[in-house]
Design a protein around this ligand. Structure first.
Ligand code: FAD
Ligand code: SF4
Length: 468
């Protein structure tokens, strides 16, 4: 095996002191020299373990080789054929636990920076003029997609590419799902999301916002009155969970979903130009240590908080946030309180949050998830003064649509759909993404949308053939 440079080529990023006060993107991407250098670190391994590590099986060595050869159009084509949202995944995918975790370079050195290179190629693509417009959808069977997160968008795009007229129904006033209302601008600019969505619209995908299926339109009317032949459900997991501790109803307590939606979708950072108030005090505590918690606490600092605290009942080892988000949060001054369990939110007579009562924990035996169980340390209670408490302890599937149907759900309220096909227990109805798996990742949702599109095509083709 030839010896290549051991270190991953670093990506430049904005200075932590400056960026912690605005919503501009933190990472600045590779330039051509860095991208060429990094792509040449790839060993072009025969067994291609990086492909097995990628949920949508991007032919990684081929796209890296194309970059190394200076063939940018070729690299972009390979990438986009396998992954319809490369500019997004290059920014937010947890490559360190996927393709880069399986990279042979990682056994002795640092893995090839597949994610950085995916971002580089898709950013290059975004600057090129668009080619000829694709042919309009030409098939007669029409498909409805519910939800415009990565699962719905990818399902719609794949079907449009196969010639189906597709309409995406979105309950919010703008498409994108969590990519729009959850992940902040400083990690995923809306301009990038808009560009990817624009490409899907160019393929013929229609997007109708402000329509909640199960309320504005009854689910069965999609098949009946509206005449769709198949429906894909990609309604995500946007229902926040609460701790059930005393004081959760004080003013100044938010779910991470509400907090981020107000800032990102409703543009509270632009108040009073945008008419969405949000009261961010001097000290903000966020409970949880996943990606959502990191996005929340980093947004709180950008909204003017002087101090941001993460409160997590387990240790750093069990934290589920991406390593990059954790490092960026540290650089921006976030304080981490590991092994700390919130017991009660404290408030004043006017009903506003004044503090958080906590208890120290220690790690015990593994629980059913295999992670060490946090055990309270008797007599270790203490109070930390805070102005806001934001809960980021997970989400359940959005219930509005599922409650309006008799589709099978599991004990967590997730839609039951076959993992390999996306088929549900009702013919013509398919599902994928967080509504099926519970809160997961962008690429898994995108992959589920792609899988379901293939099944929809197979089933509609079989119906069309039988009718001949
Ligand atoms: P969603 O993105 O949730 O989209 C579902 C859409 O359906 C929503 O727009 C919703 O309004 C709409 N909808 C719901 N019900 C209806 C209805 N009845 N009618 C019409 N529309 C409806 N993953 C990563 O890989 N990397 C990250 O860095 C990362 N960071 C994250 C940060 C935050 C703050 C959050 C919340 C999640 C993050 N995730 C991340 C997880 C990832 O975003 C999700 O797994 C992914 O978006 C799920 O996609 P989806 O299409 O299933 O659902
Ligand atoms: Fe290249 Fe790493 Fe994949 Fe080998 S495992 S082909 S070095 S990206």
């Amino acid at each position: 095996m030839p010896i290549k440079r051991s270190e991953k080529t670093p990506m430049s990023e904005r200075d932590a002191i400056l960026r912690a006060h605005d919503f501009l993107e933190v990472n600045e991407g590779y330039d051509l020299a860095r991208a060429s250098f990094e792509s040449e670190r790839c060993l072009r391994c025969q067994d291609e373990p990086c492909i097995d590590g990628c949920p949508v099986r991007i032919p990684i060595p081929d796209f890296l080789h194309a970059i190394a050869m200076g063939d940018m159009p070729g690299a972009a084509k390979i990438l986009r054929t396998a992954n319809p949202l490369p500019a997004i995944c290059g920014r937010v995918c947890p490559q360190e636990t996927q393709c880069e975790a399986t990279c042979h370079m990682a056994t002795r050195f640092f893995p090839v920076g597949v994610g950085h290179l995916e971002r580089f190629v898709s950013d290059w693509e975004r600057e090129q003029p668009l080619g000829e417009a694709p042919a309009a959808p030409w098939r007669t069977a029409r498909v409805a997609v519910i939800g415009s997160g990565p699962a719905g968008l990818v399902c719609a795009g794949e079907l449009a590419r196969m010639g189906y007229p597709v309409t995406v129904y979105e309950g919010l006033h703008a498409p994108g799902g969590v990519l729009r209302y959850g992940i902040p601008e400083f990690r995923l600019p809306n301009s990038v999301l808009d560009w990817e969505i624009g490409l899907l619209e160019r393929l013929g995908v229609k997007i109708e916002c402000n329509i909640i299926i199960g309320k504005t339109i009854a689910f069965d009317d999609l098949f009946g009155k509206l005449g769709y032949s198949a429906v894909f459900i990609g309604t995500g997991a946007g229902l926040p969970k609460f701790l059930g501790i005393p004081g959760e109803n004080y003013n100044g307590v938010y779910s991470a979903n509400e907090f981020l939606t107000r800032i990102n979708l409703m543009r509270a950072y632009d108040f009073p130009s945008a008419d969405t108030p949000i009261k961010v005090g001097r000290r903000v505590a966020v409970i949880g240590a996943g990606n959502t918690a990191m996005d929340t606490i980093r947004s709180a600092l950008r909204m003017g908080a002087d101090e941001g605290l993460i409160v997590y009942r387990r240790s750093q080892t069990e934290m589920t946030a991406r390593v990059e988000e954790y490092h960026h949060a540290i650089e921006e001054g976030v304080q981490f309180n590991w092994l700390t369990n919130p017991l009660e939110v404290l408030g004043n007579d006017d009903g506003w949050v004044t503090g958080l009562k906590c208890q120290k924990m220690e790690l015990g035996e593994p629980d059913e998830s295999g992670r060490a169980r946090p055990v309270p340390i008797a007599g270790s209670e203490f109070v930390v003064a805070v102005d806001n408490v934001v809960l980021s302890i997970g989400n359940a599937p959005n219930p509005v649509l599922l409650r309006s149907t008799d589709l099978e759900t599991n004990k967590w309220g997730c839609l039951v759909a076959d993992e390999a096909t996306g088929r549900t227990d009702r013919p013509g109805v398919y599902g994928g993404g967080d509504v099926v798996t519970g809160a997961a990742t962008v690429i898994l949702a995108a992959g589920a949308g792609k899988t379901a599109a293939q099944s929809i095509h197979e089933d509609l083709s079989a119906i069309a053939e039988a009718a001949v």
